[in-house]
Design a protein around this ligand. Structure first.
Ligand code: ADP
Ligand code: MG
Length: 352
């Protein structure tokens, strides 16, 4: 029923962050090299995400906003080899149920003829019209939670905090995505549109961090490429695809962290960005290790952390929560012990 659909949708799209996350991830999944996020009235009026990705082919217009439609997963077995962010086919259908939702899209073959798609709350395609456009997709969300009055009021009441969270999240994508030009802008209900930050399609995360946080922040960081060797174990996540007996698995922790002695006058923003294979994740246990080791050198500050944990997709399970921010890591205890040792070694070899 439509009520059930609405309730379920409210579990996928819980706040401004989930909207931004789902749309940006779809753009990246579509191979975009430019992604522009435009807020109006901090998202309360609208959120638009425009990309120059593959576009949506006309034969998919009818299905994209239907529940559980995804073009990204051909069989369940694929889940462990997942390369894309999305795979549940829930985001567009949920957004459709919870907002005024429309799409403008154009594939290479159709350019410069784009199509505007309007949907019913059920996800059923309502109408199409031809407009001009370039290859890519723009998703437009207006009046988020218009049919969930309690949630809408909550959003309005907490907009300051929600806004901080969504910008933080977009910073995280902008920093980790190399080769993607990110632009985030905001327009007040009355007033001019302002660009909040942008990256330039840089080849390195270093340059991304400079674009987002400034050159001063970058100069207070040290780069890390930690290799954590794990002794092989067999477990439920290996599913018979286990590594050869006796071989150690390698986990890399790649990124940038505050120099432990960066001291006064070189304050870095208190930002801790952790990822698993480029996917922003809440990894409190890993953050804790970074903080503890860092504080043993510099008790007065928290480190800036940008850390991408790169590991074999068989070593973790992202299919735990709808937002995929919670990740189950196999051998996490071993990874953490290993990380602690490697970090101490990294800091020791710096000219402290
Ligand atoms: P999922 O990402 O899990 O597949 P979504 O509901 O987020 O599910 O999207 C449904 C489908 O719509 C995707 O599988 C994809 O085919 C299409 N789609 C969504 N956003 C875009 C985009 N920006 N560019 C191209 N195709 C898109
Ligand atoms: Mg998606």
């Amino acid at each position: 029923s439509s009520a059930v659909h609405q309730i379920q949708s409210g579990q996928v799209i819980v706040d401004l962050c989930s909207v931004a996350k789902e749309l940006v991830e779809n753009s990246v999944d579509a191979g975009a090299t430019a992604v522009e996020v435009r807020f109006k009235n901090q998202g309360l009026d609208s959120i638009e995400v425009q990309d120059n990705g593959s576009g949506i082919a006309p034969n998919n217009y009818e299905t994209i906003a239907l529940k559980h439609y995804t073009s990204k997963l051909s069989s369940y077995d694929d889940l462990s080899e997942l390369q894309t962010f999305g795979f549940r086919g829930e985001a567009l259908s949920s957004l459709c149920a919870l907002s005024r939702f429309s799409v403008v899209t154009c594939t290479q073959q159709e350019a410069p003829r784009a199509t505007r798609l309007e949907f019913e709350t059920s996800g059923k395609l309502k109408s199409t019209s031809v407009v001009s456009g370039q290859r890519g997709t723009t998703v437009i969300i207006e009046d988020l939670f218009r049919n969930l009055p309690v949630r809408r009021r909550e959003l309005e009441r907490n907009i300051k905090r929600e806004w901080g969270k969504v910008i933080n999240l977009l910073n995280q994508y902008a920093c980790v995505q190399t080769g993607v030009k990110f632009t985030v802008s905001q327009q007040p209900t009355k007033g001019k549109r302002m660009i909040l930050f942008s990256t330039k399609g840089n080849p390195t995360t270093r340059e991304n961090i400079i674009n987002v946080f400034g050159v001063k922040t970058m100069s207070a960081l040290i780069s890390m490429d930690l290799k954590l060797a794990l002794t092989p174990t067999t477990g439920p996540l290996n599913k018979g695809k286990a590594r050869a007996e006796g071989s150690a698995t390698e986990v890399r922790v790649l990124g940038h962290v505050s120099r432990p002695t960066h001291g006064e006058g070189r304050q870095t923003p208190d930002r801790q960005m952790l990822y698993v294979n480029g996917r922003p994740c809440g990894l409190p246990q890993f953050a804790k290790v970074f903080n503890e080791v860092y504080r043993s050198y510099n008790a007065s500050q928290s480190p800036f952390i940008f850390a991408d944990i790169q590991l074999d997709t068989h070593l973790y399970d992202v299919n735990v929560s709808p937002d995929k921010r919670t990740i189950l890591l196999h051998d996490q205890g071993q990874m953490l012990d290993n990380l602690r040792e490697s970090l101490i070694e990294l800091f020791e070899t710096q000219d402290v």
